[in-house]
Design a protein around this ligand. Structure first.
Ligand code: PXL
Length: 260
């Protein structure tokens, strides 16, 4: 699955000490797809898959300086944005990135898989509006879609469509709601690009909750967009990659951590 032309990605996200999610998941994803992943770290977390015990936010000038250092030296093909937990920093990032015409994927991280809320809700909603200003795709999970749209979804397809329309109206970019369970044995990711709703479906891999699947999916989508694929193909290929990682992790008994 190695691409011919080297693809350079910038991940703007938080560090996860357990290397399951965040920057570390992005690095592993992009590298195992054959790309090169640079980073701008927004926050440092002390965590394992059971809990986040500490979070330290880096100074916003330092976050922007990391981005500047990368953009001045690399020919970046795609940008993935994950954890940014304050609206002032989101505004600065958005202002800085507006001059670049590069695909940006925003994973609107609100809560860790262990249940830690990274940001207060009203700050979060404004923050995501800034971050998605110049983006190609927003990838909320069900919970994040509920907060951002203000609509309850309850794994009901009609409600999901309503939420997708509301989110599109708010953000004006394609929306992919991830990991929807509307059938027992299958997982759906559902895309609305402003024209039609497209359902991506795969069989559920029978494993306990995996840490970092959201970060992995969004950085893989970013990689494929950066490689010149259209949005649907990028999502299709990224899901395929995530699914193969999940199956491998299951066979290796990885205790909830993803083997990329
Ligand atoms: O999966 C969301 C996420 C994103 N970024 C960081 C995280 C997590 C979940 O734990 O720690 C840094």
């Amino acid at each position: 699955m190695v691409s011919k032309k080297k693809i350079y990605i910038l991940s703007i996200a938080g560090s996860d000490s357990s290397s399951g999610a965040g920057i570390q998941a992005d690095l592993k994803t992009v590298m195992s797809l054959g790309g090169y992943c640079t980073v701008s770290i927004t926050s440092i977390t002390a965590q394992n898959k059971n809990k986040v015990s500490k979070i330290y936010n880096l100074n916003s000038d330092l976050v922007i300086d990391q981005i500047k250092s990368i953009m001045e030296d690399f020919d970046i093909n795609g940008i993935k944005i994950g954890l940014v937990n304050n609206k002032e920093l989101s505004k600065k990032i958005s202002n800085y990135l507006k001059k670049y015409n590069i695909p940006i994927v925003v994973d609107p991280v609100f809560v860790s898989s262990s249940g830690f809320e990274f940001i207060e809700k009203s700050n979060y909603k404004i923050s995501q509006l800034y971050l998605s200003n110049h983006a190609k795709l927003l990838t909320p999970n069900v919970f994040e879609a509920e907060i951002l749209s203000g609509l309850k979804i309850k794994n009901n397809l009609k409600k999901i469509n309503e939420s997708l329309y509301a989110l599109y109206k708010k953000f004006h970019i394609p929306i992919l709601i991830k990991s929807v369970y509307v059938e027992k044995k299958n997982i759906f990711d559902i895309l609305y690009d402003g024209n039609e709703v497209k359902i991506f479906k795969h069989k559920k891999v029978d494993v306990s909750e995996f840490h970092g699947t959201g970060c992995t999916l969004s950085s893989a989508i970013c990689f494929y967009l950066a490689n010149g694929n259209n949005l649907e193909d990028s999502i299709f290929k990224a899901r395929k990659y995530l699914l193969s990682s999940l199956k491998r992790s299951k066979s290796l008994d990885s205790k909830g951590y993803l083997y990329h």
